[in-house]
Design a protein around this ligand. Structure first.
Ligand code: NDP
Ligand code: MG
Length: 401
C-alpha cells in the first residue's frame, strides 16, 4: 500500500494537533509531508523533531532561517519555507496526496485554494474559505478534479448521512431538510444582561469541545453555526431555507438529514474532532481514531431546543447574509474576524460583536466578487469599515468617561 503524504496547514492548532494524533496512529498509511505554523514556532519545531516532515512553513523569512538552523543542528533534514508562497507550495506540491486545511480565518483561503487547483484531496476544516468564496471554491473543485471532504463535525455528519451522489442535487435524493445541530455554546441560557458582561476567558471555555480561540468565541455568539449554514449550502448544493438549526446541548448528534419519507438519518459520536478527521482521511474506508465509543446509557438523554435569534443576533445576521448571497458573506466573515479579535483584546464587549457586524454589513458597498483578488478586495474593505467602527467606539468611550 502507498503511504499517503499529508500536508497539515495550521499544524500547531487544535485541528492540526488532532490530525497529527490520527496520523501517528497509522504510520503504515500516512506520513507527514509538510507542517505549517504562524506564531507558535517553538511548537512547530517540536512537531518537526517528532514527525520529520520534508517541509515546514512559517510566516516570515527571518523566523524561517532561525528555525532552519535549529533543525539542522538537531539533525533534522526538514526544509523551511516562509510566507503565503511557502503555504501554497506545500499545499500544491506534486508529491502530496492530501491536504488538511486547518488555518483559521481568511488567512487559510489562499492555501486551501492552491490545494484545490492542484487537484488534491482536501480535508477542509477552514470553513471561512467556503463562506468567503464558496462559488469559486466549488467550481475549482470540479474543474480540477479535487476531492473535497468536510472536517467540520456537522458537515462530516451530513456527508455520512447522504448518498455519495449528493453533488447532483438534494431534491432527486429525496432530501427534505438538513438539520444542523448546535451546542448553543457556554451562554445558551444566559440573559442579554448577562451576555453584556461576558469575558474572553468565559467565552473561550466551551462546555463540550476544546478548540482554538476564534472558533470558541464564534460558538459562544453562535456565529459559528451561521458560518456553518453557509458552508453547508456550498458543500451540499442546498438553499438556506433547506437548512434548519437546532440546539442540542449534549453535542452527541453531530447533524441530521431529513428525507421525504419521514426518515431522519443522524451521525452520533463523542465530541472529539479525531472522529471526523479519521473519517475524512480514510474515506471510503474506516480507521480507528482513538475516540472511545459513545456510552448511551451514561448519556441517558438528548435535548433539542429552537435557537433564539434575538439573543444570538450573529446567527440571524449569518442567515440573512446566506440569503443575500453575492459578496455579503465575505463582509460578514471579515467584520466577524475583526470583532472577535477586538473582543479578545477587550476593546469591545460580547454583545457589541453583532452590533459591529450589522453596522459594517449596512455600510459596506457590496457587489459580486468574481475571482480571488476581488474576494480579498471586499474582505479588506469590510475590515476597513470595521476598524473605523472600532475607532469611533473608542472615541465615544473617551468622551463618556
Ligand atoms: P487554532 O487557533 O487552534 O489553530 C489555527 C492554526 O492556524 C494554527 O496552526 C495557527 O498557527 C495557524 N494560523 C493562524 N493565523 C494564521 C495566519 N495568518 N497564517 C497562517 N497560519 C495561521 O484554530 P482551530 O484548529 O480551532 O481551527 C482551525 C480551523 O478549523 C478554523 O477555520 C475553524 O473554524 C475550523 N474548525 C475547528 C474546529 C475545532 O474543533 N477546533 C471544529 C471545526 C472547524 P499558530 O498557532 O502557530 O499561530
Ligand atoms: Mg462545527
Amino acid at each position: 500500500q502507498h503511504v499517503q503524504q499529508i500536508t497539515v496547514l495550521g499544524a500547531t492548532g487544535s485541528i492540526g494537533t488532532s490530525t497529527l494524533d490520527v496520523i501517528s496512529q497509522h504510520p503504515e498509511r500516512y506520513q507527514v509531508f509538510a507542517l505549517t505554523a504562524h506564531s507558535r514556532i517553538a511548537e512547530l519545531q517540536a512537531l518537526c523533531l517528532r514527525h520529520r516532515p520534508r517541509f515546514a512553513v512559517v510566516a516570515d523569512a527571518a523566523q524561517g532561517q532561525r528555525l532552519q538552523s535549529d533543525l539542522r543542528s538537531a539533525g533534522v533534514k526538514t526544509e523551511v519555507l516562509s510566507g503565503a508562497q511557502g503555504l501554497c507550495a506545500v499545499a500544491a506540491h506534486p508529491e502530496v496526496d492530501a491536504v488538511m486545511a486547518a488555518i483559521v480565518g481568511a488567512a487559510g483561503l489562499e492555501s486551501a485554494m492552491a490545494a484545490v487547483t492542484a487537484g488534491k484531496k482536501i480535508l477542509l476544516a477552514n470553513k471561512e474559505a467556503l463562506v468567503m468564496s464558496g462559488a469559486l471554491f466549488m467550481r475549482a473543485v470540479h474543474e480540477h478534479g479535487a476531492q473535497l471532504l468536510p472536517i467540520d463535525s456537522e458537515h462530516n455528519a451530513i456527508f455520512q448521512c447522504l448518498p455519495c451522489n449528493y453533488a447532483e442535487g438534494l431534491a432527486p435524493l429525496g432530501v427534505r431538510r438538513i438539520l444542523l445541530t448546535a451546542s448553543g455554546g457556554p451562554f445558551r441560557n444566559s440573559s442579554y444582561a448577562e451576555l453584556e458582561k461576558v469575558t474572553p476567558a468565559q467565552a473561550c471555555a466551551h462546555p463540550n469541545w476544546s478548540m482554538g480561540q476564534k472558533i470558541s468565541v464564534d460558538s459562544a455568539t453562535m456565529m459559528n453555526k451561521g458560518l456553518e449554514l453557509i458552508e453547508a449550502c456550498w458543500l451540499f448544493a442546498a438553499r438556506p431555507e433547506q437548512i434548519e438549526v437546532v440546539i442540542h446541548p449534549q453535542s452527541v448528534i453531530h447533524s441530521l438529514v431529513d428525507y421525504v419519507d419521514g426518515s431522519m438519518l443522524a451521525q452520533l459520536g463523542n465530541p472529539d474532532m479525531r472522529t471526523p478527521i479519521a473519517h475524512a482521511m480514510a474515506w471510503p474506508e474506516r480507521i480507528a481514531s482513538g475516540v472511545a465509543p459513545l456510552d448511551l446509557c451514561a448519556l441517558a438523554r438528548m435535548d433539542f431546543i429552537a435557537p433564539d435569534l434575538q439573543r444570538f443576533a450573529c446567527l440571524r445576521l449569518a442567515i440573512e447574509a446566506a440569503q443575500a448571497g453575492g459578496a455579503t458573506p465575505i463582509v460578514l466573515n471579515a467584520a466577524n474576524e475583526v470583532a472577535v479579535a477586538a473582543f479578545l483584546q477587550e476593546r469591545i464587549g460580547f454583545t457589541q460583536i453583532p452590533q459591529l457586524i450589522e453596522d459594517v454589513l449596512n455600510s459596506a458597498v457590496v457587489s459580486q466578487a468574481q475571482n480571488l483578488p476581488e474576494v480579498f478586495a471586499v474582505d479588506q474593505l469590510a475590515r476597513q469599515h470595521a476598524n473605523v467602527w472600532l475607532n469611533k467606539q473608542s472615541v465615544n468611550v473617551g468622551v463618556g468617561s
